[in-house]
Ligand binder design. Sequence first.
Ligand SMILES: Cc1cc2nc3c(=O)[nH]c(=O)nc-3n(C[C@H](O)[C@H](O)[C@H](O)COP(=O)(O)OP(=O)(O)OC[C@H]3O[C@@H](n4cnc5c(N)ncnc54)[C@H](O)[C@@H]3O)c2cc1C
Length: 380
Amino acid sequence: MEFGWTSEQEEYRRRVRAALDDLLPDDWDEKYVPESYASDLQIDFSREFCAKLAERGLLVPHWPREFGGSGGKDWDHFILGEEMKAAGEPRGPQYMNVNWIGPTLMRYGSEEQKSQHVTGIASGKVIWCQGFSEPNAGTDLASLRTRAERDGDHYVVNGSKIWTSYARKADWCFLLARTGPSRKDISILLVPMDTPGVSVTSFPGLIKDGHLNEVFFTDVRVPVENRVGGEGEAWKIVTHALSYERVGVPRYHVGLEALKLAVEQLKDEGRYDDDPIVQSRAGMIAAKFEGARMLTYLVVDQRVRQLPPNTDANLSRIWSLDAVMDLMNFLAEFLPDALAGGDPLLEDYYRINIPAGVTGGTNEIQLDLVAVNGLGLPRG
Ligand SMILES: Cc1cc2nc3c(=O)[nH]c(=O)nc-3n(C[C@H](O)[C@H](O)[C@H](O)COP(=O)(O)OP(=O)(O)OC[C@H]3O[C@@H](n4cnc5c(N)ncnc54)[C@H](O)[C@@H]3O)c2cc1C
């Protein structure tokens, strides 16, 4: 397969790069990137940065004009995502709003929700977090226990969420809560994070500051009009939302950049040019990332042509993660000092990818979905 960009797409990529040159501070690589995009520093920066991107029509280029977009194609969004990811993701948490929260609300939200939240996200000034996982409900999300009980024109929410990235600084939570007795009686509520009874506690982990939080809900009153879709409809809506998230992160792009940095360092140290083993390992990783790129483009193309979601999205994610894991092993084997303070960019890449096979649904589950939905094998 031969893949080429159109001249308009190349021009668009140049516009994104020019905006990055213009809007990122001079000390971006040294000061901001090592802090990670979930740190307070980067989240605060992202509010200013995304608002300026929005003014230039570059935050949600693929959204319809009525929602603050530029009426472009999903390809524009992917070019944008590649360039942002390669630059250290200065959109901070707002890549998530743009990837799936906005599109989900566009499709399932009420008119009021669309006008408040979709246009809010398009302005680049609002931060969201995703309140799905709980201490005993990650993969098996249907076992979640946070409850929302109806009290007149409000729900009263009690329970807790865990691993809620960006929660400390978020304005809104896209929350899943149980609203009935059966396993899938789950509803979506949009909860302002400053509502009385919401509290956030951060905890440390191997990846950097800001990613790992618990959110507690104690008698939190949420107006019924903040529910997305009907009561108990979360399952259908979330399945749609996650089909966007699955191909949302162009891991191949930043992976190839990190591989390039690693090879340069090995060359500088005289450990590359005469070592066929190191060369072939690096070559295989580069080939895998290129494969991941093609699979991702295949899925984006299907989306642009409005074909129904299928297991190609799972495969593209599995393949990308495989390449990421190979690169992490390569770094640990050949450049261990770089990962322990020797090179902030490589160390950041390594740390941020430690949970890559877990966030947004684990790799095993992706494989399961391919087996059952793609190959028609019986459910295990
Ligand atoms: C850095 C980070 C950020 C995150 N951010 C968020 C966030 O913002 N919001 C949010 O809601 N969640 C977030 N998560 C949570 C993430 O979605 C869950 O960790 C993930 O869904 C897995 O759930 P779990 O941790 O409970 O693991 P478990 O579900 O307990 O899984 C443990 C292991 O068992 C395997 N396993 C489980 N069930 C099966 C099965 N049926 N078949 C085969 N294997 C299986 C899994 O693949 C995994 O390897 C984040 C997680 C991390 C690490």
